[in-house]
Design a protein around this ligand. Structure first.
Ligand code: MFK
Length: 570
């Protein structure tokens, strides 16, 4: 009797095997910039499938440990992390995963370059991308608000390529009162015993990457001013010069569904020395540049995870045989893989457009409309890709049958880690409300719809000849429906607007992605014939769906819906 063994999937160079990424970079970067950065992308793409996967597996299998006391009873609150986790720090510094954005070697294109490096690095990093996200966000806040001494002491370390010098930062916002409603935060800041030093007292309930060197956090100086307006922004170093913790007590590490190599803790702040950044109050407004960077990382990491899952499923399809044929020869399986690839391409178009705008803003090149567009695309890309990654990873696991459900294949980790992406950095609903805040209150819906109309008019003559006209019609209908819905917003009451926020946000993201897919498809026809057919197929597939649909009955049925939500079981 012959034995049968399944062949595990293999990964190829993460950059050279990624045809959509290469198309997007050709579309968005000048040829000389692409030529300059490509060798580095190839070598990182190789490293992520050779050196890094075994480190990531080791980090995952040796989760961090909290040691509250030393053998003699002294409180030390040491967090022991694996050597593999430390190697991720080294590789991140060497590869300039944060630094590339701030060196600005390619001006406004540096953000695209840096985020593509993150996209390659993330799926092999055991989520070291999380401390890097907060590090990058903190660097941006210090660049904008930091006094000279902190620029020299902290900013320069956050963007260092030297693993010994390189610092990471946390972002401590969440308290027991809630991760979404930051305005309820209770942590107090009291004047310290030295000029310019404050002491913080309170509890931080969800602090990721607690082994970082510094953090940015929020605290209240004056109880009389409620909400986020009354919070101020502080800079904290975790350890004093003698190596002891800076008035920080680690209560415990969180036992999480995924991101298991990442130390996430509950902390008490007991007189933590802190420096105020900027003036008093309006802490949320001041920390917003950090939030917008971490939300961008979230989107990029969602793409990286999707790409990894699809690459594994695609390779496996060439090896796995069932019913006398390889999976790669079975129409239904191919349809599934094509659907996954289409999701990836849509998310990538949206996120790379965001990266392009972020780079322009950071270099002072963005027009007012581009700044508005950046503001609204940030929550849109985060919320949209956060939902995509969970459904893509779930389907990827299914592509492997039972093996996808077995821990030591490494596949379930994709789904476990992916599931955090729609949660942290603002849930889908909170971000849908942020889209309304940005779109309606801050006026970004106009520039977004203008950009849609600009693309529609530029694409109209170019789509006709390339069998893309029906797809363009579908995008045009969606833009018209959204425009009509937005026109009605002033007539709706606040509960109705609230109810519609998620549908509007998902519709905006789907429609804008559809237009970007069409733009890419047409551009590929004009400039890179080899990829044109695939890019067109992805655009056609995406636009065949209803890109924006709002059922007016849901507004009339609001009271019934609310009753159903709460009385379904009694
Ligand atoms: C692999 C990927 C790595 C990712 C790393 C993750 C690790 C970290 C894990 C975490 O820390 S998760 C915790 C993250 N927390 C959040 O994302 C908070 C979610 N909640 C919100 O975003 C709420 O919408 C918010 C706290 C902002 C609501 O507070 P408010 O006080 O009701 O908001 P309000 O009054 O509308 O806004 C206050 C100000 O901030 C306004 O400006 P003004 O003072 O000038 O009027 C807003 O315009 C401004 N603002 C709010 N969000 C903004 C923003 N400005 C720019 N960008 C934004 N996103």
């Amino acid at each position: 009797m012959t034995s049968f063994f399944q062949t595990p999937p293999r990964l190829q160079n993460a950059y050279t095997s990624d045809s959509v990424l290469k198309s997007v970079l050709k579309r968005r970067l000048p040829p000389d910039v692409l030529e300059a950065i490509e060798p580095g992308l190839m070598s990182l793409g190789d490293r992520t499938v050779t050196e890094m996967p075994s480190l990531a597996a080791a980090a995952e299998s040796q989760p961090p440990v909290h040691v509250p006391f030393d053998p003699w009873g002294r409180r030390i609150d040491e967090i022991q992390v694996s050597d593999a986790w430390k190697q991720m720090h080294r590789i991140a510094a060497e590869e300039g995963i944060v630094a590339t954005a701030y060196e600005r070697a390619h001006g406004p294109y540096s953000r695209i370059h840096q985020l593509v490096r993150l996209y390659l690095y993330h799926p092999s990093s055991a989520i070291y991308s999380c401390p890097l996200a907060m590090t990058d966000g903190a660097a941006r806040v210090l660049e904008l608000l930091g006094p000279q001494d902190l620029q020299e002491r902290a900013f320069s370390r956050l963007i260092s390529r030297d693993p010994q010098e390189f610092w990471t930062s946390g972002q401590w916002m969440t308290e027991r009162t809630g991760g979404s409603d930051v305005g309820k935060s209770l942590t107090r800041a009291e004047p310290g015993d030295r000029d310019g030093i404050w002491r913080l007292y309170g509890n931080k309930w969800f602090t990721s990457a607690v082994t970082s060197d510094m953090t940015l956090t929020l605290a209240r100086m004056d109880d009389r001013i409620p909400g986020t307006r009354g919070l101020s922004l502080f800079y904290v170093e975790l350890r004093r010069s003698d190596g002891t913790l800076n008035g920080i007590r680690v209560l415990r590490l969180k036992d999480k569904l995924g991101t298991r190599a990442l130390p996430t803790a509950e902390l008490d702040l007991v007189g933590t020395e802190a420096r105020l950044l900027g003036d008093h109050g309006h802490g949320l407004r001041k920390i917003a540049p950090l939030l917008n960077i971490t939300r961008t990382y979230n989107a990029v990491c969602a793409l990286g995870t999707m790409r990894r899952g699809i690459a594994l499923a695609r390779d496996y399809a060439t090896r796995r045989e069932a019913f006398g044929k390889r999976l790669s020869e079975q129409p239904l399986h191919l349809e599934t893989l094509a659907a996954l690839q289409t999701e990836l391409e849509a998310g990538m178009q949206l996120t790379m457009r965001l990266a392009e705008l972020l780079g322009r803003e950071e270099c002072g090149d963005a027009t007012d409309s581009e700044q508005a567009l950046l503001r609204i695309l940030t929550p849109l890309a985060k919320l949209f890709t956060g939902k995509q990654v969970v459904r893509v990873c779930s389907e990827v696991l299914e592509c492997f049958g039972g093996a996808g459900y077995v821990e030591d294949t490494g596949l379930p980790q994709l789904l476990r880690d992916g599931q955090v992406l729609p949660i942290w950095e603002g849930t889908t609903n909170i971000l849908s409300l942020d889209v309304l805040r940005a779109g309606d209150r801050e006026g970004a819906l106009g520039p977004l719809l203008d950009d849609c109309r600009r693309m529609l008019s530029e694409l109209t003559p170019r789509c006709e000849a390339r069998h893309l006209a029906p797809a363009l019609r579908s995008a045009r209908d969606a833009v018209a429906r959204i425009t009509e819905f937005v026109r009605r917003i002033p007539d709706l009451d606040p509960d109705q607007i609230h109810l519609a926020a998620r549908t509007l946000a998902l519709g905006l993201a789907s429609t804008y992605s559809g237009l970007l897919l069409l733009d890419q498809a047409v551009w590929s026809h004009e400039h890179e014939t080899s990829a044109a057919a695939d890019r067109s197929t992805a655009a056609r597939r995406w636009c065949r769906r209803r890109l924006f649909e709002f059922d007016d009955a849901s507004l009339q049925e609001l009271p019934d819906t609310q009753r159903l939500a709460m009385t379904g079981d009694g």
